[in-house]
Design a protein around this ligand. Structure first.
Ligand code: ZN
Length: 254
């Protein structure tokens, strides 16, 4: 029996919130995991994109999020506030006071991110199986069965993991959304097609301000939340010209 159950932490949407990321990684270390997969949006919105990208080097998978896509190419579908954060983030990754090689290593890391990954019959994306980088699968989509049917039709695997909406939970092919609190923070995969949203480390929007991540052992998904020093995170925002609102939303997790 032993040797079969690898424990993998899956994180997403760090959004340059280093305080949240460090608290999350400390919690993950205590859980005895074998690998860490990151589903994208390491950068964007938050004050410490360089430091967060440095942590990515140690991860076992880094997928491309729409915010990485936006700094590499063009910000598509971004509002004015998000766009200004994209511009500021781009500047941060090219700061002239850092050695040129250091800057280009960060850009290479972002440029090397793939948009999806399949392993042992499990799909990993940032957005959705149909549009791995940009499509949002919202909780309200359970009232849009055609959309969910198309998304699940694009998913060849029984199980997929995504981020992007910053809302943790399980979407099933039967148009249900299971909030982690409804299922005791655990879900056993394999019975039906599911899309599992791992939530967000650095900018939760599901009303719980704590950082979110999951651990997956190939059979069971455990949902975890981690308290972190939000006051300190807000202080770091205030050292930048980033809009105050991006910092204050962390307090309520909205
Ligand atoms: Zn995001």
């Amino acid at each position: 029996m032993e040797g079969l159950s690898l424990r993998r932490a899956i994180i997403s949407d760090i959004h340059a919130n280093l305080v949240a990321l460090e608290a999350t990684l400390a919690d993950i270390r205590e859980q005895g995991v074998d690998s860490i997969y990151c589903l994208g949006d390491v950068i964007g919105y938050g004050p410490q994109p360089r430091e967060c990208l440095e942590h990515c080097r140690a991860f076992d998978l880094n997928l491309l999020g729409n915010h990485e896509e936006a700094v590499l190419f063009e910000p598509i579908g971004f509002n004015a506030r998000a766009k200004s954060a994209v511009e500021w983030t781009k500047e941060q990754l090219s700061l002239p006071e850092h050695p040129r090689e250091e800057n280009s290593e960060l850009w290479n890391l972002v440029g090397a991110m793939e948009s999806s990954h399949v392993e042992e019959g499990v799909l990993y994306v940032h957005g959705s199986p149909r549009d791995p980088t940009r499509e949002y699968v919202f909780v309200s989509d359970i009232r849009n069965p055609e959309k969910l049917a198309d998304i699940f039709a694009a998913q060849d695997q029984m199980t997929s993991f995504a981020g992007h909406t910053h809302t943790a939970g399980v979407f099933t092919v039967d148009c249900e959304f299971l909030h982690p609190s409804q299922i005791g923070n655990r879900y056993q995969v394999g019975e039906k097609k599911v899309l599992i949203n791992v939530g967000s480390v650095g900018q939760p929007r599901d009303g719980d301000p704590r950082a979110s991540y999951v651990i997956f052992d190939g059979e069971t998904v455990e949902f975890h939340r981690v308290k972190y020093d939000i006051e300190e995170a807000i202080r770091r925002f205030r050292e930048t010209p980033l809009p105050e609102e991006l910092a204050l939303r962390l307090i309520e997790g909205r």
